[in-house]
Write a protein that binds this ligand. Sequence first.
Ligand SMILES: NC(=O)c1ccc[n+]([C@@H]2O[C@H](COP(=O)([O-])OP(=O)(O)OC[C@H]3O[C@@H](n4cnc5c(N)ncnc54)[C@H](O)[C@@H]3O)[C@@H](O)[C@H]2O)c1
Length: 384
Amino acid sequence: MATQRLGIIMHGVTGRMGLNQHLVRSIVAIRRQGGVTLPNGDKVMPDPILVGRNAEKIAALASEHGIERSTTDLDAALKNPADTVFFDAATTQMRAELLSRAIQAGKHVYAEKPVADSLDKAIAVAKLAKAKGVKNGIVQDKLSLPGLRKIKMLRDSGFFGRMLSVRGEFGYWVFEGDWGQPAQRPSWNYRKADGGGIIIDMLCHWRYVLDHLFGKVKAVSCLGATHIPNRVDENGKTYAADSDDAAYATFELEGGVIAHINSSWCVRVRRDDLVTFQVDGTHGSAVAGLSKCFTQHRVNTPRPVWNPDVPQSMNFVDQWEEVPDNLTYENGFKIQWEDFIRHVVAGTPWTFDLVEGAKGVQLAELGIKSWQERRWLDVPDLKI
Ligand SMILES: NC(=O)c1ccc[n+]([C@@H]2O[C@H](COP(=O)([O-])OP(=O)(O)OC[C@H]3O[C@@H](n4cnc5c(N)ncnc54)[C@H](O)[C@@H]3O)[C@@H](O)[C@H]2O)c1
């Protein structure tokens, strides 16, 4: 059994996602477990070089996680033929340009979503990757959530019968920062000029979740809102929060399923989890959170009576049965890293390429347009 090295240039790993999900929970975890196993039993050991703007900070981060290499010079890193993969988890606005630079340098690329802040840029970078023949991928982590994997299992088993509708509730209260509780998300997310906005942030997730689990998205109607117009940033400074902080979107899916997903940073949670999906079908229904999933089959469906004169006697929450954890569910970001590494090194099948990523940007753009024009919009096939 041989072990080969894979040099990965990692950019944006001082940020929330880059650090927690991609560096610590994925690449460092993969190194600790002895690498990624290929179909022939050989191993691939990621050898990252961390790229950041502050030399001391990035070197300290590298050494904290047992990584030998760090740099502030991205161009030099891209010139090193021994590092064949470029990864980006920095801000959305910089992404398309960074990916293009890396592709031009002949690197395989993998990145956080969204691929770009506009569909034109997303298509251009996907075309470039195709023309240069480099392997490419975009993070589509929600499909690896245990809750959604259980929904997929229910779907594949025929549990739902004919699927009718999907209701998604996503979000939690993001503090404004002005009354004693600091904001818990980066301020750029709430400024249009910096690439913020919940529609571009979340509709690219909902695109692949809907496409892959419930039916291809055929049309969208989206109402955005900026509920909180002023927030306080990381430095205690008040700023105009001019991007959308909530989106109320309805989708028509191939096969007739209707999906409605609310995404909001201005909602207080009284549900099972920070995201929940309820799927109703002719034979059964399910509600999934991040990890748990509860079902109600047609034969277990109660017959409640509408009577506002007496307090409700049924406890509806107790009428659902939990899907057991029969499998071990690994971190979704790590699962995708392992799949991408196998794809790069051994050419194994891979679904989540830049074209799939561009579809997410397409839906987000159409969602924004639908809001602006106050109308339903069809989602055309994306040809690249
Ligand atoms: N998959 C998911 O569930 C998920 C969740 C949140 C965010 N994201 C995506 O991850 C990306 C980062 O989001 P975040 O919440 O981690 O943001 P963040 O603000 O915490 O991190 C941003 C990173 O970009 C770097 N950066 C900022 N400006 C830079 C510049 N001019 N030059 C070089 N580096 C710069 C920062 O140093 C930091 O490392 C975004 O594209 C976002 O859409 C994905």
